[in-house]
Design a protein around this ligand. Sequence first.
Ligand code: AAO
Length: 510
Amino acid sequence: MSVFLLLVVVGLCSAQYNPNLNENRTSIVHLFEWRWEDIAAECERYLGPNGFGGVQVSPASEHLIMENRPWEERYQPISYKICTRSGNEKQFRDMVTRCNNVGVYIYVDIVMNHMTGYGAGIGTSSTCGSYFNSGARDFPGVPYSRLDFNDKKCRSSNGGIDNYNDAYQVRDCQLLGLLDLALEKDYVRGKIADYLNNLISIGVAGFRLDASKHMWPGDIKAILNRLNNLNTKWFANETKPFIFQEVIDLGGEGISASEYFGNGRVTEFKYGVKLGNVIRKWNGEKMAYLKNWGEGWGFMPNGKSLVFIDNHDNQRGHGGGGASILTFFDSRLYKMGVGFMLAHPYGFTRVMSSYRWPRYFVNGKDINNWMGPPSNADGSIKTVTINADTTCGNDWVCEHRWPQIKNMVIFRNVVDGEPFSNWWDNDSNQIAFGRGNKGFIVFNNDDWNMDVTLKTGLPAGSYCDVISGQKEGTKCTRKQISVGNDGSARFQISNTSEDPFVAIHVNAML
Ligand code: AAO
């Protein structure tokens, strides 16, 4: 009995760190700015069958309609009606049901730090037509009034954040001029909790908490304490929503990511910045240094982190990051980065899925980075079309459908729970490591060919490399690797290969 109680208590306390994924699934994908209808279809036709665990969706609450429809408008809430550029509430509900039914869960991006910007104006230019008056702090769609904002509390010269070392400013003043909600108020907490509980009742599995650095951890906690358990139609009794908080902590500021560990996981922004430097071979970095990747590199504890190569901000120069961030624009290096992330045991992994926009640099800044998703003349988002070769059309990049990335999502599922093992490096940019006796990966990021025989830890046999090709039926479409009785195998990787890495796992044994 006491053991049972202990398990229940441990389960309750730790559940918000647990993504609640379906069995044998280990990653989520951010389908940035996709329509709810397209996400539902993608769950059924691609994500479910290919082992993806879930989808982070763009904010679901009613938002401002801005001129030229930039993507940023999604981060300027007008009310908590589920009514956005991605679709209406009926379409949202249908998406959640259809995705859940194929074992792919939905994680909603929650904007609860603020409403729209102070300069948004007066009117009904919002996705559900709700009236607002930003100057008067009037949002009848919630409703919120002047009393619900932090204007009086903020102590900075201009109402904004001019010093990131001052935790009070960061949390009580306006981030980017966005009207800062008074989250210590019971009324405001109640309105936000009602919105999240509505999403929970519809069947979502968890939340990304936008701009968490700009909210007091205790206020977040108080809101989380009001949340219901997940819908038992799809989740076990007493399952708490998965929580991951967006906190950009690259070090050297007044607020540290660790302040948020009590609430759930936290985005580890150092991950993409540092791996980008290593794979680009900047600052004297080399892949051999990745031997102690993870906590050994000063990252947050494994069980607290959510990791990614790029996100919707830093792939376009917003948010934390900088030039080292790898994106689909550098596809060759990007595939190596995502491949490394998905093979390595550290962190809970999120794959990015983007749309293409015409980057145009002026003085080092991309002046087109505001551009919203592919859209029709009336401003509606274009549907994600699927080409005969399984790639996406209409300027949707669909990195998650790149075969190398999709196959590494499966690799991670296959090696789940296996230890980091059999590390090898050449003291430069050729490295290899395994995951117990289930999988093995080899990279050649040097400027010369690689030809080595390595101990893989895998059972003897023929394996299909899931990077150059994949196993289809009983056949391998490209490179094969033969593992001998002693577990070792020869790897030859040309430095000029489009994908200078090889990955094998026990489910791709021939
Ligand atoms: C838009 C306009 C604004 C306008 C506003 C209101 O761009 O000019 O004032 O509307 O009318 C998104 C867009 C914003 C947009 C907003 C609302 O990115 O441009 O504003 O929608 O439409 C900070 C926050 C972080 C935030 C990030 C963008 O801490 O939470 O800024 N990300 C989330 C979302 C994001 C969204 C919002 C929040 C708002 O993911 O999409 O904004 O809902 C430092 C700090 C970081 C800080 C960055 C950027 O980072 O540490 O906390 O992020 O600065 O201000 C090095 C440093 C690194 C530093 C970085 C700066 O890398 O090491 O620490 O440089 O680049």
